[in-house]
Design a protein around this ligand. Structure first.
Ligand code: GLC
Length: 423
């Protein structure tokens, strides 16, 4: 299985970057690529650093790392290169994805401290800092310590039930341009977002294009502004891990600034404690109200190393109840939720990427839970194949096969005695 995983990663590689899957997702995707680099680092350190360097070559002048980088022409994906007006040398999309770069680079550095090229790491660290600062400067214009997303695709969890409420308020223009979805040519519609979802996704893209992705327009006037609890936690974790990178390599000049940001965004999390649901949840900034939904992302607080002696036990109990009717871990939505759908993308299926992060979080607070998540993730893959995601009722693979991050995560979890994540 390990060899098969490595083969998938090399087959999905174009030399200096890896695509999630050559047919369904034929470009470089931001967080997919980073996750891929993490797995590759355990057997080909140089190639994994090159993966991250290639991703950061697409960094916008303002600091943003786009969610898709269109290195090569390919008409099999919608929305492709022609749908976005980026001003970069290599065309990119104009929105971002969860910022996990600080974390990925930290794990790679820590596990390869004697062999790694530290100059390259420090060059990347400075770019990562610029990217994390971009989130503060562009996505927290209310200065509250909360990171906003301006499109559901930015969350990386495209059609989560969390976004249903905010999307309801988006009016799709009657004359919305005709577009043709290419995903449905390859994957059954019941495993993908609906047409209604897509109309709204495109409406937001059209808004962004109209205003040239201006930061104030996107934040204050676009039809969608949501704090994704997942991004909030991943952002904080990346800030903390970036600080560890600098310190490990003797750069203490960043301490004050990074500690300031960490405090600010940790304080922001207090605003995301949803008293009614007794859990952390996402927040609709436009409506100024909580999104009353608990999903797998709510349990990333421990991954972000956010602890609170009054809340930790409540959250662990919530997690136990969230998974209590499931044979496989961790569903993107609880099986008891009225909208649960075992195979519909981010509305019930299991995704290895979020599993890995929840697992990392639990390592520090409840190793039994961590172990069961790791075992379940490995079992899902071994029972079927390296699928994009898995049906959370019967464990069958969904979406496309030969998926890069599934292969990468398998390698990481199987190798966890040598590749340390509990650091
Ligand atoms: C889908 C997923 C997103 C992922 C992308 C490429 O859009 O929702 O998280 O990055 O596919 O795999």
């Amino acid at each position: 299985m390990i060899n098969k995983a490595k083969n998938i990663l090399s087959n999905n590689s174009y030399g200096n970057f890896t695509v999630p899957n050559k047919k369904l997702y034929p470009f470089q995707w931001n967080w997919d690529s980073l996750l891929t680099a993490l797995g590759i680092s355990s057997y080909d350190l140089d190639r994994s650093i090159l993966e991250i360097e290639t991703l950061f070559e697409s960094q916008w002048d303002d600091g943003m790392i786009p969610h898709i980088i269109f290195h090569k022409k390919n008409n099999d994906y919608f929305p492709g290169e022609s749908e976005w007006t980026s001003s970069t040398k290599i065309p990119t999309s104009c929105i971002t994805q969860p910022p996990i770069s600080g974390t990925v680079l930290w794990y790679i550095l820590y596990n390869n401290i004697n062999d790694i090229n530290t100059k390259k790491v420090l060059d990347l660290a400075d770019k990562i800092f610029k990217n994390l600062k971009w989130f503060e400067d562009y996505r927290d214009l209310n200065n509250k310590g909360l990171i906003s997303t301006t499109h559901p695709w930015e969350s990386g969890r495209d059609n989560s039930v969390e976004w249903d409420g905010p999307l309801k308020n988006i009016l799709v223009p009657e004359n919305l341009r005709k577009y043709s979805r290419k995903d449905l040519r390859q994957i059954a519609g019941d495993e993908r977002p609906t047409t209604e979802d897509y109309d709204k996704y495109i409406t937001i893209v059209d808004f962004g294009e109209k205003y040239k992705w201006d930061k104030n327009e996107m934040f204050f006037n676009s039809p969608y502004n949501v704090v994704d609890i997942g991004i909030q936690f991943m952002y904080i974790k990346s800030l903390k891990d970036l600080l560890k990178i600098y310190n490990k390599l003797g750069r203490i000049d960043m301490n004050d600034e990074l500690n300031r940001m960490i405090n600010k965004y940790e304080n922001g999390c207090d605003l995301l404690w949803n008293n009614k649901l007794q859990c952390y949840t996402s927040y609709d900034v436009k409506e100024d109200k909580f999104i009353d939904e608990i999903t797998h992302a709510s349990f990333l607080c421990f991954y972000a190393e956010i602890y609170n002696k009054n809340l930790d036990k409540i959250i662990i109990d919530q997690f136990k109840s969230y998974i209590s009717s499931n044979d496989f871990l961790v569903p993107s939505l609880s099986i008891k939720h009225p909208k649960y759908d075992s195979k519909k993308y981010w509305r019930g299926p299991i995704w290895c990427i979020i599993n890995l992060f929840i697992y990392i979080g639990f390592l520090k607070i409840d190793s039994e839970i961590a172990d069961s998540i790791s075992k379940s993730t490995i079992k899902l893959i071994e029972n079927d194949d390296f699928f994009e995601y898995f049906d959370s009722t019967n464990g069958k693979g969904c979406g496309c096969k030969n998926f890069s991050w599934t292969a990468s995560i398998y390698i990481i979890l199987k190798n966890k005695n040598n590749f340390r994540l509990n650091i």
